[in-house]
Design a protein around this ligand. Structure first.
Ligand SMILES: Cc1cc2nc3c(=O)[nH]c(=O)nc-3n(C[C@H](O)[C@H](O)[C@H](O)COP(=O)(O)OP(=O)(O)OC[C@H]3O[C@@H](n4cnc5c(N)ncnc54)[C@H](O)[C@@H]3O)c2cc1C
Length: 436
């Protein structure tokens, strides 16, 4: 058996480990067009903030490829896949054969067509090179465009580095797809408390400067700047899959089944490039977060090596706490659908909220199951919500308990016992470890 893996990040590395856990003998070749191996993107904002040195960014030891007997081709881009001859072509012209192929090419930052966007000093934050560009940028005034998770983390990193920072977001609140209005306004106050100017409802319309960026015009004002971080969002790198004729999903990710197989024989996909069934939303989604990439990479790798393992579906989870100095977590659905008074496709939705000045807790219920949880301030029990959303069990009479501060493991035990067929021992332990 010959395995080829395209990608060198979360999904790819997890797939290598999964394949090797079953098959220690076959050849694995891995291609990644980034030269820096095994670094965690999640930690890049800490590097930019000068809080973590480069050598602490790795999520696996640098001996990983050797330890797992993987032939690694770093800095080599795959330019084509031929599913008929089962070969891939690299940018040096060489062709390589596979029996099983994993596409774990992730996503790339969206660059909007704003006039002047090609000026020097404007960067995305995705690769190690991007992080170094931002890290080494001269000047004292930064603008971050886009107040999603990466944008918020970037602006706080730049502030910690000592810069004057403006955060520009065209929608009406920070973290608009991750937190609801109330949670978002608590987080906004925190960000502003750090000395960052938050400009929501403002659109970036033009960058100025002779060569290098010197200012940004938004729909409301002009902002002087020497550095711009663009964090509008990411789009899946599907070009290889698309030109090989693989099915692409309606959201623009590679379509996979519940074993992470694509529409072509022997080809799997995992991570930010794949479109999967979202457990909470009960529809297709591209949940571009590290834990989903890891889990999908593992399921893909095991199936590539001949095991029959099902992927239970993805679940969005975002945490912003380390950055704003107050824990804030959002899992699954952010807001209950408002159509026809909380009824969508015959399903009743309900929001249960408890809030104080600095804390906020909200559950989104679909019938008697939890499909969304938002916790700001008091997040200690977040693990239980993740598990309950994943398991989609009836929590009806437990809702008051789940909303209370005093939740403990003994009280939740009857719920777990009732659905003991759904909870594996490891999950049981996970729940106990959440500090319930
Ligand atoms: C700054 C930042 C902060 C983040 N913070 C968080 C966080 O706090 N929590 C969280 O859960 N997630 C976070 N994420 C998202 C998380 O990093 C991604 O979900 C995760 O990296 C996805 O892993 P992946 O393996 O699918 O793809 P990627 O990490 O995107 O890697 C894709 C790989 O494919 C390679 N590649 C692409 N095309 C080719 C080709 N044609 N030939 C060869 N190689 C190719 C690339 O070199 C790369 O190695 C963050 C992302 C960024 C950028």
């Amino acid at each position: 058996m010959k395995y080829i893996i395209i990608g060198g990040s979360a999904a790819a590395i997890q797939a290598v480990e999964a394949v090797r856990s079953v098959d220690q003998r076959s050849s694995i070749e891995l291609f990644a067009d980034e030269e820096t191996p095994l670094f965690s993107r999640v930690l890049l904002p800490y590097y930019v903030a000068e809080e973590l040195p480069k050598k602490l960014l790795n999520f696996r030891p640098l001996t990983f490829f050797e330890d797992h007997e993987v032939i690694s081709h770093l800095g080599v881009r795959i330019t084509a896949i031929d599913p008929d001859t089962r070969t891939v072509t690299a940018d040096n012209g060489q062709k390589h054969e596979y029996d099983r192929l994993l596409i774990a090419t992730g996503g790339r930052p969206i660059v909007p067509p704003i006039p002047g966007v090609d000026k020097k000093g404007i960067f995305p934050l995705k690769t190690m090179q991007d992080a170094e560009n931002i890290f080494n940028a001269q000047g004292k005034r930064a603008v971050v465009i886009g107040a999603g998770s990466i944008g918020v983390e970037s602006c706080i990193s730049l502030k910690r580095k000592g810069m004057e920072v403006n955060l520009v977001e065209q929608l009406g609140r920070v973290l608009p797809t991750v937190f609801d209005d109330q949670a978002s306004s608590i987080i906004r106050k925190r960000i502003e408390g750090l000395g960052i100017k938050v400009r929501t409802g403002e659109k970036a319309v033009r960058f100025h400067g002779n060569g290098s960026v010197t200012s940004l015009s938004t729909s409301e004002r002009d902002i002087d700047c020497d550095l711009v971080v663009m964090s509008i969002g990411v789009t899946p790198n599907i070009e290889l899959a698309e030109s090989a004729g693989l099915d692409i999903g309606e959201l623009g990710g590679i379509a996979v089944n519940d074993r992470m197989r694509t529409s072509a024989a022997g080809i799997f996909a995992a991570g930010d490039v794949a479109e999967t069934q979202d457990i909470a939303l009960d529809k297709k989604s591209i949940n571009a977060i590290w834990p989903c990439a890891v889990e999908q990479g593992k399921v893909a790798g095991l199936n590539m090596a001949g095991k029959k393992v099902l992927y239970p579906g993805s679940l969005r989870m975002n945490s912003i706490g380390n950055f704003i100095g107050q824990p804030a977590i959002s899992i699954g659905m952010v807001n209950a659908p408002v159509e026809e008074g909380g009824v969508e496709a015959g399903e009743h939705y309900q929001e249960v909220v408890r809030s104080s000045q600095d804390t906020y807790r909200k559950l989104v219920l679909k019938g008697n199951r939890i499909v969304g949880a938002t916790l700001v301030g008091d997040t200690q029990k977040a693990g239980i919500f993740t598990v309950l959303i994943k398991k989609q069990v009836n929590v009806d009479e437990f809702v008051p308990l789940l909303m209370s501060h005093k939740l403990n493991f003994m009280e939740i035990l009857p719920l777990i016992r009732r659905y003991s067929d759904k909870f594996k021992e490891i999950e049981y332990k996970e729940l106990m470890d959440t500090g319930l």
